[in-house]
Design a protein around this ligand. Structure first.
Ligand SMILES: [Mn+2]
Length: 355
């Protein structure tokens, strides 16, 4: 079985040699890093610090608050850099002084590293560890440790650390557990394998009952500002087609009034989709900070995200606007006023629903 091959420490030989030969290592998760990307990166960062490597972690944006516990404290001496594309001074500082080794983690393609890719590609040695292989440009490291049978990149990092003979201590275990937990939807997605549960069982033997705390932190704890925003949002939801379509527009001002962040609406589309009778949910918001459209500066930029049950292909709706996604979850950008987008979106959704 292919899965068992990856237990073979020889699979990781080249990776381990590269790490042994490097005195400085930079780690790169994908943009909008999720629990798997951040958990894997910081578990590996902690492990590399124990091997006395100088470790930098390049993030394209600040981690979501709920995942903030994955970022290790300053006592670890890990240099965490949030690299803003607009800050060219910082960018050149890091491109001109690359680490001996760069490791891309959980990044399907170079574009997933956003502006940090400029730093990644300057390192003399580049490794990629990942479980996405659907992307044609996915093998962009000099050495690639990529296998789509891993439910999470956290599984790969566990196997690597195991092959390196590094003890999986509490700090590493909580991060890898979070990686597995989040990329498997709490161990229920079809990507779960016996290996997933094997590794999880090993991790739980270290974390003990703190997995309850991790789950609460990641999935349950909600900031008050989110409740304030959502209470305003819920009262604005409109229904169409006998309640089969739920629609809401959340302008930038509503976020500001509640002191809320974009991440506070992460679950909004699915919550609306789960309202009784609803088959399609549509959540529209302003572009970043109420920005104007890039292709037409006279018009506001809007973003829409849609979720559906099984009766409407929202990817087809999104593609009519140049957007994309999956049958049940899709998104798009639009240049224009909200009432215009609303009318067009409802027309497209009705076509899909009734067609
Ligand atoms: Mn992943």
């Amino acid at each position: 079985m292919k899965m068992i091959d990856k237990f073979d420490v020889k699979y990781w030989n080249e990776c381990i040699t590269q790490i042994d030969n490097a005195s400085s290592v930079s780690l790169f998760p994908h943009i909008h890093a999720d629990g798997d990307a951040l958990g894997s990166v910081f578990a590996l960062a902690v492990a590399l610090r124990k091997k006395d490597k100088a470790v930098k972690v390049f993030l394209c944006d600040s981690p979501e608050e709920a995942l903030g516990f994955l970022v290790p404290g300053s006592q670890w001496g890990i240099d965490v850099i949030v690299l803003d594309a607009t800050d060219s001074d910082d960018l050149s500082l890091y491109t001109e002084n690359p680490s001996d080794l760069a490791i891309g983690i959980d990044c399907a393609g170079p574009d997933r590293m956003d502006n940090c890719y400029a730093v990644y590609k300057m390192s003399p040695n580049k490794i990629k560890i990942d479980h996405h292989v659907e992307n044609p440009g996915c093998a962009f490291g000099d050495s690639n440790f990529v296998y789509d049978g891993w439910a999470a990149t956290g599984e790969a990092v566990w196997l690597l650390l195991n092959a390196m003979g590094i003890e999986i201590d509490y700090e590493i275990a909580i991060r890898l557990y979070t990686a597995l937990l989040t990329d498997t939807g709490r161990f229920v997605y079809s990507n779960v394998t016996p290996l997933t549960f094997y590794i999880a069982s090993q991790l739980i033997s270290v974390t003990g009952s703190d997995i309850t705390w991790i789950s609460r932190q990641v999935y349950d704890v909600k900031p008050k500002r989110m409740i304030k925003l959502l209470s305003a949002v819920y009262s604005k939801i409109e229904y169409f087609e006998n309640g089969r379509i739920a629609y809401v527009y959340v302008p930038d001002k509503m976020f500001k009034d509640a002191g809320a962040l974009l991440e506070d609406t992460n679950a909004l589309s699915s919550i609306m989709r789960d309202i009784e009778d609803v088959e399609v949910s549509i959540f529209v918001r302003d572009g970043k900070h109420g920005a104007l459209a890039e292709d037409d500066k006279t018009l506001p930029a809007l973003k829409a995200s849609m979720r559906s049950c099984d009766k409407c292909n929202v990817a087809a709706v999104a593609s009519a606007f140049g957007g994309g996604g999956h049958v049940r979850a899709a998104g798009l950008s639009f240049a224009g006023e909200e009432p215009v987008l609303k009318e067009k979106l409802l027309a497209e959704v009705r076509k899909q629903l009734n067609g």
